[in-house]
Ligand binder design. Structure first.
Ligand code: GLU
Length: 450
């Protein structure tokens, strides 16, 4: 434990104020302890010391002009974390909360998540503190072009393959790709989440949400349970949340909540999926519009949330799907969920539970699917998009969905077998971290000191 603590202390000292990065490292490294005790090759080869420092941290200025002709300046990032098992791979996040520490925590998580998918992808992440909310389509385009003006020199289909994350969807990937092509004169699979007519994969939009539900299904199946007829709560209302809701309906469950940055909807008969898609995907409005159009639904504004409590997690449910953002589920929320009989948590967002909430779920021995495993479906289908691009083929929806389902089943199997191997069978956090780490670490050792 002393060695592990030295590493954590070093991360904190060398990256002051990057608390989300500290949190992500602490969670991973502490659970590696049993592996490190069993095998001394990882400490001898300084694998942890190498893993906590990204291969490369790129930080740049993005200058663009708004619709009023005013010059705007944002910060852009791409952190290439580790490419031991494949090219750097991971999304871009456009959100005002983005800073170096946020991108670093996301990149660190991505290394292990991508390793679990079984596909050849290293880990990276990028983004900007640009706020897409309230921007016109033309402003989004100019920002994406300005962002790519710098990013293009670092990426490539065998080097680093960005994709979407919060604030970056099909529209943004389109503008980014257009500018990449203009600058390089190359049409290649340098981004994933592309449009369906120009290299995108079917089922990529659905993949993270579907995958998180498939993962929950596997966890429950192993205990002889299922989602059928069960009340589920979902947070968020982006791509991940929407397709979590959709897949829950496919499996006969009843998703009753969604949320956004302004508030949450509780619709006790089940979320109206068509209305949700209309409001979020087409009209790009906030969820108060849902409550105006469906008066049976209850809307709670974020201003009315109780202190330190997220209203979504107060709703009794059998299974919870945190699908909004990091640290959206704290110790109070975890206590509320458990007190109300929640038996399963599957994380669609990246690091949605605080360390204390995670600890409580593990103690309660409920089915707890940590983000690295549960939300790996998105990047897995990005990997399938890369293979379709490389072979110049296009698979149909069923084929991609089937592969996604198999990948999620395999991740569950790998993670739970690893947890059993290290004598804590219900601890999928440890299982995911050790399984993800082992593959990357062994590749690093085989590739020498570089
Ligand atoms: N942003 C997603 C994630 O957190 C997807 C990344 C990708 O498709 O490369 O895994």
């Amino acid at each position: 434990m002393e060695y592990v603590q030295t590493i954590i202390d070093r991360v904190k000292k060398e990256n002051p104020e990057q608390c989300e990065f500290h949190q992500a490292v602490e969670e991973v490294i502490k659970t590696l302890q049993p592996l490190l005790e069993q095998e001394d090759k990882y400490s001898k080869k300084a694998i942890l010391e190498r893993l906590i420092i990204p291969d490369r941290e790129i930080h740049f200025r993005v200058t663009w002009m708004d619709d009023c002709g005013k010059i705007q300046v944002n910060r852009g990032y791409r952190i290439e974390f580790n490419n031991a098992i494949g090219p750097y791979k991971g999304g871009l996040r456009f959100h005002p909360s983005v800073n170096q520490g946020i991108i670093k925590f996301l990149g660190f998580e991505q290394v292990f998540k991508n390793s679990l998918t079984t596909l050849a992808m290293g880990g990276g992440k990028g983004g900007s503190d640009f706020d897409p909310k309230g921007k016109s389509d033309a402003e989004i385009m100019r920002f994406c072009q300005a962002f790519m003006n710098e990013l293009f020199r670092y990426i490539g289909d065998h080097t680093d393959v960005p994709a979407g994350d919060i604030g970056v969807g099909g529209r943004e990937i389109g503008y980014l790709f257009g500018q990449y092509k203009k600058l390089t004169n190359r049409f290649d699979g340098v981004l994933t989440g592309k449009g369906l007519n120009w290299g995108g994969s079917l089922a990529r939009t659905e993949a993270t949400g579907y995958g998180s539900v498939y993962f929950a299904e596997e966890m429950l199946k192993a205990r002889g349970e299922s989602l059928e007829g069960k009340i589920c709560t979902v947070s968020g209302s982006g791509n991940v949340a929407i397709y979590t809701v959709e897949k829950l309906y496919h499996l006969g469950a009843i998703p009753v909540t969604v949320s956004d940055s302004k508030g949450m909807i509780y619709d006790k008969d089940g979320i109206d999926l068509a209305l949700l898609k209309e409001i979020k995907e087409k009209r790009r409005e906030d969820l108060s519009a849902y409550a105006r159009e469906k008066t049976s639904a209850k809307y709670v504004s974020i201003k009315d949330y109780k202190d330190g409590i997220h209203a979504v997690w107060e709703i009794p449910c059998f299974a919870a799907f945190p699908s909004a953002t990091q640290n959206e589920l704290n110790l109070n929320d975890a206590k509320n969920l458990l007190a109300n009989g929640c038996k399963c948590v599957s994380e669609g967002a990246n690091m949605p539970s605080t360390l204390q909430a995670t600890e409580l779920f593990l103690q309660a021995k409920i089915c707890y699917g940590p983000a690295k495993a549960a939300n790996a479906g998105g990047v897995a289908v990005s990997g399938l998009e890369m293979s379709q691009n490389a072979s110049m083929t296009k698979w149909d929806f069923e084929m991609v969905d089937k592969r996604l389902h198999q990948i999620m089943e395999n991740i569950f199997l790998n993670v739970s077998q690893t947890a059993t191997e290290f004598k804590d069978p219900t601890n999928l956090v440890m299982g995911a971290n050790i399984a993800g780490f082992r593959k990357v670490a062994d590749a690093m050792i085989e590739q020498g000191i570089v």
